[in-house]
Design a protein around this ligand. Structure first.
Ligand code: ZN
Ligand code: ZN
Length: 351
């Protein structure tokens, strides 16, 4: 009885906003059961954004729900989803929410985030992504759902967008998450490459999460080798100042505070103070997210330009994906990988 109850609790479905980037005004739906405000429709329908409702032919619906073998087509994109797809109207567009069990959600995430890794690295990704998903209820709470399907949360492309290895990793780790001290469920984050040292969520985002600031160096070099490890970005001072919305006077870049991982937490740029995250998001918006790829960098200035030399890709918090991949290739198991990046946590069933 207790076991059944626990199973029921941990199976509370996720609500994932999908295909928002495709700005859907018209979708084609196929499913075993499709309803308009509870009234059954055919198993293949077109739904479009009306003035105040979702239109299906002559019908006006507050919500269209497709379930059981859902396939949806938006423009050129066709996706399949487990669970339910709820279609409603928001701001003149169709809002698509996939209500899906976490175990059905994860294979696509693990495939997108850690494809072609050894099983132990895929299992580590599955446990971190499950922990993230089950604690992500605040991320889009104001908009009325839990997660988006983009890298902001976790990349998710529905059912079938997966591999046998990703599915096996999810199955093997079913219901397992990271618990601090074996008890407390807090968010867990991951990133592409830490550049030799990870950071805490507290330092980088001001958030409470599992994951310590740990060295990720082996034989004198960062474990996370590869194209994501080292990068250089050169920018004219005028353009940098423009991106930061300040006048180009004074020193372009003075780090004021770094964390133990070497990430910039606070900076003065042309006389104005920015948090590391503010600096990164303004620069990313102006020059693209592949320009300054992490907050672990140093700069040199000439009269007219700034050369930024950095290590790692991503925020550096939690699991280093390339580090995990390297560890798995050396034969380290999932527990060994996760203990390295989350030494305060243990792998346990979700509470
Ligand atoms: Zn998101
Ligand atoms: Zn690393």
């Amino acid at each position: 009885m207790t076991a059944l109850l626990l199973l029921a609790l941990s199976a509370a479905p996720l609500e994932v906003r999908v295909l928002e980037r495709d700005t859907p005004v018209r979708v084609h739906l196929e499913a075993a059961r499709i309803t308009c405000d509870g009234k059954p429709l055919a198993s293949s329908v077109d739904a479009e954004a009306g003035a105040r409702e979702v239109r299906v032919g002559e019908l006006k619906c507050t919500q269209v729900v497709a379930e059981d073998g859902v396939a949806v087509t938006v423009k050129e994109t066709k996706r399949k989803y487990g669970g339910q797809l709820r279609v409603s109207l928001q701001g003149g567009l169709l809002r698509l929410i996939n209500v899906v069990d976490v175990e059905a959600y994860l294979p696509s995430v693990v495939f997108a985030e850690a494809d072609a890794s050894k099983p132990a690295a895929l299992e580590a990704q599955a446990i971190v992504s499950r922990t993230f998903a089950l604690t992500a209820h605040r991320r889009h709470a104001n908009a009325g759902y839990h997660l988006c399907d983009l890298a902001h949360c976790q990349v998710y492309r529905g059912q079938g967008a997966s591999s046998g290895d990703a599915e096996a990793a999810v199955k093997k780790t079913t219901n397992q998450v990271l618990l601090i001290g074996g008890i407390v469920l807090k968010p867990a984050f991951f990133h592409a490459a830490c550049g030799g040292h990870t950071s805490t969520a507290g330092d980088v985002f001001g958030e409470d999460a599992t994951g310590s600031a740990v060295s990720d160096v082996e034989d004198g070099a960062p474990r996370c080798k590869g194209p994501d490890l080292a990068w250089t970005f050169e920018v004219e001072k005028n353009r940098l100042a423009e991106a930061l919305s300040v006048a180009p006077n004074g020193i372009a870049f003075e780090p004021l505070k770094r964390d133990s991982g070497g990430r910039i937490l606070e900076v003065r740029s042309f006389g104005r103070r920015f948090s590391g995250q503010e600096f990164l998001s303004k620069v990313g918006r102006a020059f693209g997210w592949r320009s300054v790829r992490s907050l672990k960098f140093s700069t040199t200035e000439t009269d007219t330009s700034v050369v930024i030399q950095g290590a790692g890709t991503g925020h550096g918090v939690g699991l280093c994906q390339l580090g995990a991949r390297a560890l798995a290739e050396k034969g380290v198991d999932v527990k060994g990988i996760l203990t390295r990046y989350f030494p305060e946590s243990q792998i346990k069933p979700a509470p």
